[in-house]
Design a protein around this ligand. Structure first.
Ligand code: E4P
Length: 216
């Protein structure tokens, strides 16, 4: 399973990208709004940092508007993926964009049938939202597992991005459930990275070395 970063914060993206662990970025209107900066400017900067798929989301409700926005989004950088909400109008837009060879990420997926429809419309990626399902007492990971199984049985090539990932256990479980990608907030990368026994181990190695050899 690959990892994308789920943020529009350029400083966080730079830091995590330098570790070599991410190969793409997803944004959404809330994440862009949080930065308080122009969409095109932020996304262009992100694309200059990470050499991989960068999802930028449309805001229109109708297919025509989504397609028009998509055409502007793909002008920003060759790695742009157009993020489209899971609606009938969204699927119409995905069909048109797929025919043009434009990559799409269908977002706000909360059921296996939504994922199937998005894939059949031609989506490059589908994004089931784990955390938001867990929030309403429905197991989000079951959805990822079901979609992975369904796509596998039918040879569907649309990739599954586990989204709305909230904690490290979600990441491990999404990998085991068959997600191709998990998109994670920067904070979560550090939660995955850190372990108290690693810190204690480093301290002990340092102390033993210094006790034996001083500061050499
Ligand atoms: C994914 O593409 C979304 O941007 C994101 O994962 C939503 O996460 P949230 O439910 O924590 O807002």
């Amino acid at each position: 399973m690959k990892l994308f970063l789920d943020t529009a914060n350029v400083e966080d993206i730079k830091k995590v990208n330098d570790m070599g662990v991410i190969c793409g970025v997803t944004t959404n209107p809330s994440l862009i709004a949080k930065e308080g900066r122009d969409f095109t400017e932020v996304v262009r900067e992100i694309a200059s940092i990470v050499d991989g798929p960068i999802s930028g989301e449309v805001n229109s409700d109708d297919a025509e508007g989504m397609i028009a926005e998509a055409m502007e989004i793909i002008k920003i950088h060759k790695n742009m993926v157009v993020k489209i909400p899971m609606t009938a109008e969204g699927l119409k837009a995905v069909k048109v964009l797929a025919a043009e060879g434009i990559k799409t990420n269908v977002t706000l997926i909360f059921s296996a049938n939504q994922a199937l429809l998005a894939a059949r419309a031609g989506a490059t990626y589908v994004s089931p939202f784990l955390g938001r399902l867990d929030d309403i007492s429905t197991n989000g990971m079951d959805l990822v597992r079901t979609v992975a199984e369904m796509f596998d049985i039918h040879g569907i090539e649309t990739e599954i991005i586990a989204a709305s990932v909230r904690h490290p256990v979600h990441v491990t479980d999404a990998a085991l459930a068959g997600a191709h990608i998990a998109t994670v907030p920067a904070k979560l990368v550090y939660q995955m990275l850190n372990h108290p026994l690693t810190d204690q181990g480093i301290e002990k190695f340092k102390k033993d070395w210094e006790d034996a050899f001083g500061n050499k």
